[in-house]
Design a protein. Structure first.
Length: 407
């Protein structure tokens, strides 16, 4: 197929329930060609063509993009899939279209490299050690002190991340972090041992356009299931008071410059410690867990269109058109189990329950950490005037959830 107007090349469509809204938004900015590991199904309404390949491998993606560009102009390369961002950067560099450099993407994909870069730039980071043996981990723990965090170097979604409160738990944490895997992402023989940071955690979605850092969406994260770091919910406040925190934005701008991130989207996680904000990690993509979707409901800014604009070299418009608070709560079983019965209350936007969505069918096996991660059977979204009102809506809705599982 030839398209003389050119296409927006999307690498990796992701999970339909959690990423379809972004692909739909990209299609609003132009014709989309999809590179994906499987032939399109639900993606079909949003694309003009597709190529099946390993989008997580630059060695496969670059020649395929070169072949596509030979008969269809590629206007930009668009990727929101964590495992695909390095290949996307190589493709953008090959085709000469806007995007983060492969070097910048590599620096954020490897959490150890991120720490090294930011420490050299004078940006406060937690104490850290890269270890391969239990003996090395014990020496690091003696220096850093308990509690601490053990994590893989290059995975996402908190997979394999464990809080360690005592020496006797260290060996098991190393085993969990070292054996964790994620589709399309490299595993490393060594893992990270880090200082445990206290305080609430936020995430910041931002566009970086020609070197200018443009934050527009703040999510307040809720975690559960200690010693693991399962994300159980997020709250987005359109006019969040943190937007007035000049020190926070100065730090994040400096961090992006240090990492060489001059163009593209990022999702940065930050701990608001008693001693000030500290970066947990920088991700070279939009946030997951429907955070950009919550933002669109709360402030009217469509992250999918923002990314498309940045990808196409157009400065994005980030003006809020709404002023609400939106929160999502993920529903998880108390332990690994097989779903026997599930019923969620119906959405009632007038009462604040914006969405109520089951994610599994009876018979589904759900594995909780450390057996598995992101074992969610549904989610609830509330929209109200404040975080407290959202929590009240979610509490009432969750009280009416019916879930039965066989452990």
């Amino acid at each position: 197929m030839t398209d003389t107007d050119g296409v927006l090349l999307v690498l990796g469509s992701g999970h339909q329930q959690f990423r379809e809204y972004l692909l739909a938004s990209a299609a609003q900015r132009g014709k989309v060609w999809l590179f994906d590991p499987e032939a399109p199904t639900w993606q079909t309404p949003y694309i003009v063509g597709s190529t099946v390949l390993d989008v997580f491998d630059p060695a496969a993606s670059v020649p395929a993009a070169r072949e596509l560009a030979a008969h269809t102009p590629v206007r930009g390369v668009y990727c929101y899939h964590e495992a695909g961002i390095l290949a996307a950067a190589h493709v953008a560099a090959e085709l000469g279209v806007p995007g983060p450099t492969p070097e910048a993407v590599a620096a954020v994909r490897d959490k150890s490299a991120t720490r090294d870069v930011l420490t050299r730039a004078g940006i406060r980071q937690p104490e850290i050690a890269r270890v391969t043996t239990e003996e090395e981990a014990e020496k690091a723990a003696a220096r850093i002190g308990f509690p601490l965090v053990v994590k893989p170097r290059g995975l996402g979604a908190s997979q394999g991340v464990v809080k360690v409160s005592a020496r006797e738990d260290l060996a098991r944490a190393l085993e969990i972090a070292g054996s964790a895997t994620q589709a399309g992402m490299a595993s490393h023989a060594d893992v990270l041992v880090e200082e445990f940071l206290t305080g609430p955690e936020i995430s910041v979605d931002a566009a970086v356009f020609d070197g200018e850092y443009l934050p527009y969406l703040i999510g307040h994260k809720k975690l559960g299931g200690e010693p693991y770091f399962e994300e159980t919910g997020h709250t987005v406040i359109a006019d969040d008071p943190l937007f007035a925190d000049e020190d926070l934005w100065k730090m994040l701008g400096e961090a992006h410059r240090a990492l060489g991130w001059s163009h593209g989207m990022t999702h940065t996680e930050v701990k608001l410690t008693p001693d000030g904000p500290v970066i947990v990690e920088v991700n070279g993509r939009l946030g997951g867990d429907l955070i950009p979707y919550l933002g669109r409901i709360a402030n009217g800014i469509d992250s999918g269109e923002v990314q498309a604009d940045v990808t196409l070299g157009v400065r994005p418009r980030l003006d809020r058109s709404r002023n609400a608070t939106v929160a999502i709560r993920f529903l998880c079983p108390p332990a690994s189990c097989t779903v026997r019965r599930l019923a969620l209350p119906a959405a009632d936007p007038d009462a604040g329950l914006y969405e109520s969505v089951p994610l599994v069918e009876p018979g589904t096996r759900l594995l909780m950490p450390p057996e598995g991660y992101i074992a969610r059977y549904g989610y609830l979204i509330a929209r109200a005037d404040s975080p407290e009102e959202c929590e009240a809506v979610l509490d009432r809705a969750e009280a009416n959830v019916v879930f039965e599982g066989e452990c």
